[in-house]
Design a protein around this ligand. Structure first.
Ligand code: ADP
Ligand code: MG
Length: 827
């Protein structure tokens, strides 16, 4: 019955609202009482009904707040009245929604277990921010501009930085030239016109009790609005933070700030700002939030403080107690409170640790679940290495023995293959670290067990290169290798397809052509995907589906620091080839300015005279590939005409059709070209051992990892090789990075340093980043927390029973990672 009564009441309330509107919010007199009175009484009746129907803290809170507002209605001005009436309407809409939702037993929030599908809908934390006292439609709109719509959004709107009141500079101790932050109260804010010119000077004077400090800004006289705003913002008595460089203002005989920046911290003492703000006393660390026009700091602080207080019971910590205590993590409620209003630096650190852990933990759980899903899909093949088999025979024939790293990685792979769980392993190895032989050995284990192997490469050039190596190595073993690329003629294709189908071809090497629908295997056991980042999940899956749960090894020559790999490839097992085969002559790397380019040209000429070859690479200088291609064309012409008239110069760029590119590449590989001028299309993994010089123009425009990749195109033969970086950049940052490259040849070391220098976003390049946006976590700084989160997540998910028992946790994993996971593009 109550349900009907509630909706009846709602109807009456709506009518009253219409009436009041029509009468311009005069608090219209009804038959027995004025509008505001009627609303108050109706709301209290409504509450009684609702209590029997739902258990929704946020709803009641909103109701109570509204009732209070209507008690003050008579004293409000027009705009305030319009505001509260609007809120009432919103409340009615929300209530109707809540009532329409399926019924639930009371007390569900106190009870940690049942995560039904629409739990988020009724979670008090997902109540709109307007439920907070002091947050009306106008502020809600402003908050929405910074992405804050719900109470949860608000609590997770973290400070950008903090001002440590304890360590602020005292004005009487300032010395000219110092860069300082001073906190004080506004003494005065004045605008005056300069005597000459068209300038207005705004001067702010503040005191911190030890002295006075001024700061001045200049505006065009025409910016009247700015002048007004200035005076309105810097009310006498308001707390402000001023930063800038100290100078002595001789005219006023006091300190002033150069290029000052001011931020209002609080209007606490200024009066007239409504509800009491949270205390902002000396001895506290004060949060500073990213703001938007019209959204002021003291308001935000107050709203968050209030939300923390009123919704404290709704903050339920989903982390199991065992994990919390094991990793010394503070509770969620405390963490949220201390990240906003830290009582000490130590407490702030603890709060941050907990919240960073959360961000990483859920994602790791999701990755762990994904991994578990691969592994459980079905029983894969158990392929054990045979004594005296093809692996042993190939190894005995090789002119070299495996490096320590190759041996270690191959045994990791063997363990995967021998287990019935399908292998999902990523092999990261620097250029030249010898991934190819590891890939081949992996494929041979399939062959030893009567299965076939397949290797997929991103380009025809790479596929052919692998094919030639494989044939050379496997012919003596009496094994057959098939090549399948788009370039194959129809009869060739038919022959290879036939061989794969009847099992006469043991190992297939190819490009995307391998995953065409008409390609079938007799028994595909192991697949290797080279340069895996060049393929999508779909393509890898298509290849996998050519067999019954084959084992998969993916490879990449782009070293990614461990912290990134754990996030980007967290669902895979990762092996590292972090050692180069012995006997390599190091690549001599040097840095030259443009004006010294002639030295590099001499070097190229000298090497070519010895029968060697050289690459000259141009970065993306222009904004479009077409323009870039044009630049490369004219540069190649210039080099041929002015610098190397007697040498054979070839050109390759991204705008060329792929058969032309292949032709140029083939000419270079075959030694019919001395110099290859190119944009960045020089394929990763291209192997021309006779090339000994890599000259990179405008090297500062490349990322370190990319430079390292390019450099890896040389130094592949016996003879000494050179890499010359040309850059006119004077920025410390680029010089630091380029110098690092001159000093190190270890791809992993370079990647780590590059990541530290540039941060994950730039390191990966926006285009292919795929990294989720973390609010707090910093993959460089927080690697220790990441390790913890990963350990905890993998332990938790290792036992599916434990996770299933805690269904709420499991649904949280999905809820909390949907966004990040979409970015990762996994799954
Ligand atoms: P990448 O990891 O870049 O694919 P490759 O597999 O092409 O590297 O190996 C680079 C070169 O090193 C090849 O010529 C290969 O034959 C050789 N190589 C691989 N492993 C060893 C080793 N253990 N000792 C000596 N040379 C090796
Ligand atoms: Mg390779």
């Amino acid at each position: 019955m109550s349900r009907e009564e509630a909706s009846l009441l709602t109807g009456e309330l709506r009518q009253a609202i219409d009436y009041e509107r029509r009468y311009q919010y005069v608090d219209v007199q009804g038959r027995r009482k004025p509008f505001s009175r009627f609303i108050q009484e109706s709301l209290s009746r409504l509450e009684a009904h609702l209590r029997r129907l739902v258990d929704d803290g946020a709803l009641f809170l909103a109701l109570e707040t509204l009732t209070q507002k209507f008690r003050q209605y008579a004293a409000m001005d027009l705009s305030q009245r319009m505001g509260v009436v609007e809120r009432l309407e919103q409340f009615l809409a929300l209530m109707a929604q809540t009532l329409a939702a399926p019924q639930r037993p009371a007390q569900r929030y106190a009870n940690a277990s049942p995560p039904e599908g629409d739990a988020a809908q009724t979670d008090p934390m997902s109540a709109p921010v307007q439920f907070l006292r002091g947050v009306g439609p106008r502020l809600a709109k402003l908050l929405a501009q910074v992405g804050v719509e719900t109470i949860a959004d608000l609590l997770y709107y973290f400070p950008r930085h903090y001002v440590d009141y304890q360590n602020r500079a005292a004005i009487h101790e300032l010395t000219p030239g110092q860069d300082v932050t001073v906190i004080g109260a506004v003494v005065s804010a004045n605008a005056r016109m300069a005597k000459s010119g068209n300038v207005a000077i705004l001067t702010l004077t503040v005191t911190d009790g030890t002295g006075r400090l001024t700061a001045a800004w200049f505006y065009a006289k025409t910016q009247r609005g700015a002048l007004e705003q200035f005076k309105a913002r810097f009310v006498k008595g308001a707390d402000v933070m001023l930063s800038g460089r100290v100078k002595l203002d001789g005219y006023n005989r006091c300190f002033a700030l150069e290029k000052p920046q001011a931020e209002i911290l609080s209007y606490e003492d200024a009066g007239g700002e409504g509800d009491a703000p949270p205390p902002l006393n000396a001895g506290r660390i004060v949060p500073i939030y990213p703001l938007t026009q019209g959204l002021n700091l003291s308001f935000l602080r107050r709203a968050i403080h209030q939300a923390l207080g009123e919704f404290s019971q709704a903050i339920i910590d989903p982390l199991p107690e065992t994990i919390r205590s094991r990793y010394e993590l503070v509770g969620l409620r405390e963490a949220l409170a201390q990240i906003h209003f830290p009582e000490s630096l130590a407490q702030h650190q603890a709060a941050r640790k907990r919240l960073v852990f959360d961000e990483l933990f859920w994602l790791q759980c999701r990755l762990a679940l994904l991994r578990a899903q691969y592994k459980r899909t079905a029983r894969g093949l158990a392929l054990a290495r045979r004594e005296g088999g093809y692996c042993d025979r190939l190894l005995a024939m090789l002119p070299f023995s495996l490096t320590g790293a190759q041996t270690r990685v191959f045994s990791e792979i063997q363990a995967d293959l021998a287990s019935p769980e399908p292998m999902y392993r990523l092999l990261q190895g620097d250029v030249g670290s010898g991934k190819t032989i590891v890939a081949l050995l992996t494929l041979l284990i399939a062959v030893e067990n009567g299965y076939q192997g397949a290797l997929m490469a991103p380009t025809e050039i790479l596929a052919e290169q692998h094919y030639r190596k494989f044939v050379e190595w496997l012919l003596p073993l009496g094994l057959r290798v098939g090549l399948l690329t788009g370039a194959a003629t129809a009869p060739q294709r038919r022959e290879v397809r036939q061989g794969l189908l009847n099992g006469q071809i043991h190992i297939a090497v190819g490009t995307h052509a391998l995953i065409q629908r008409d390609v079938d295997f007799h028994a595909l056991g192991v697949i290797v995907v080279d340069e895996q980042h060049r393929f999508g999940v779909r393509q890898r899956t298509l290849l996998k589906n050519k067999g019954e749960h084959p084992d998969m090894l993916t490879m990449t020559a782009t070293p990614i620091p461990r912290t990134l790999a754990m996030t980007l490839h967290g669902d895979l097992d990762v092996s590292l080839l972090d050692e180069l085969p012995p006997g390599r002559t190091p690549i001599v790397t040097s840095l030259l300015t443009r004006s010294k380019a002639r030295q590099a040209y001499e070097l190229i000429r000298h090497e070519v005279s010895k029968g060697r070859q050289a690459y000259i690479v141009f970065p993306l200088i222009e904004e479009s590939e077409a323009l870039e291609a044009k630049a490369a064309v004219s540069e190649a012409q210039r080099l041929q005409r002015d610098v190397f008239p007697d040498l054979r110069v070839g050109l390759m760029h991204g705008k060329m059709p792929s058969d032309e590119k292949d032709a140029v590449m083939a000419a270079f590989t075959g030694g019919q070209l001395d110099i290859l001028v190119s944009t960045t299309v020089v394929e990763v993994g291209v192997d021309v051992p006779n090339a000994t010089v890599m000259l990179i123009e405008n090297a500062d425009r490349f990322g370190l990892a990319q430079l390292h990749q390019l450099r890896g195109r040389v130094g592949r033969g016996q003879s000494a090789s050179y890499c010359v970086l040309i850059s006119d950049s004077r920025s410390d940052d680029s010089l630091q990075r380029l110098t690092l490259l001159c000093e190190s040849q270890n791809g992993f070391e370079i990647a780590e340093r590059d990541l530290a220098l540039r941060g994950p976003g730039e390191f990966l390049g926006t285009r292919q980043s795929g990294l989720p946006d973390f609010a707090l976590a910093d993959l460089v700084q927080d690697h220790a927390i990441l390790e913890m989160a990963r350990e905890a997540a993998f332990e938790l998910t290792a036992s599916p029973e434990a996770l299933n028992a805690n269904a709420r946790l499991k649904s949280l994993v999905f809820e909390k990672t949907d966004h990040a996971f979409a970015a990762l593009g996994a799954g």
